[in-house]
Design a protein around this ligand. Structure first.
Ligand SMILES: [Zn+2]
Length: 177
């Protein structure tokens, strides 16, 4: 794992363990960049279908977010990364700014945002990500302000994990504990 991916997993996923796969959802951290992007592209449909079936008011086991909030979260994170990868293309030396996803959730009021629009917003974000990839090679390096050096493939792995892991969160939310 690169410093970026290692730091991201350690800081953001305290229950993910330190193995080759996320201990919770099973995502393989060495998933190839192109396969990871495939998972990201499938995200709007997979999460949208789950959202259709999930209980609207189902509580999240062990977490404060609703199923709809998770989809808004994946959309916002994906859009933020599309902007970062675009900047990597047009201004590779530009510094990035990190953000706290919980603070963003509060500022955006995920719980009050329209549930039916969450998959649509995620789909638009995936389109932006596709555009931002442009001619970038998956080996292209970047420097994350908090997590250090990574590659475009790492960014795609991180976003693919968002889809897979939060899919699990939504399934957990929609079924009795
Ligand atoms: Zn996971």
């Amino acid at each position: 794992m690169t410093p970026f991916l290692q730091a991201a997993v350690t800081q953001m996923l305290p229950n993910a363990g330190d193995g080759e796969n996320c201990a919770e959802c099973g995502f393989a951290w060495d998933t190839p960049g192109t396969a990871a992007m495939g998972l990201v592209r499938d995200g709007p449909q997979r999460l949208g279908e789950l959202l259709d079936r999930a209980e609207v008011s189902a509580p999240i086991t062990g977490g404060p977010w609703s199923s709809s909030a998770y989809v808004w979260h994946v959309g916002d994170v994906t859009r933020a990364w599309s902007e970062r990868l675009h900047s990597l293309s047009v201004d590779p030396d530009a510094a990035w700014a990190g953000f706290d996803p919980d603070e963003l959730a509060q500022a955006r009021h995920y719980e009050a945002l329209p549930r039916a629009t969450a998959p649509w917003a995620l789909e638009r974000a995936v389109e932006a990500l596709d555009l931002s990839l442009g001619s970038l090679d998956t080996d292209t390096p970047f420097e994350h302000p908090e997590w250090g050096r990574g590659t475009v493939a790492d960014a795609l792995r991180w976003l693919a994990h968002e889809v897979v892991h939060h899919e699990l969160d939504i399934r957990r939310a929609g079924s009795p504990a």
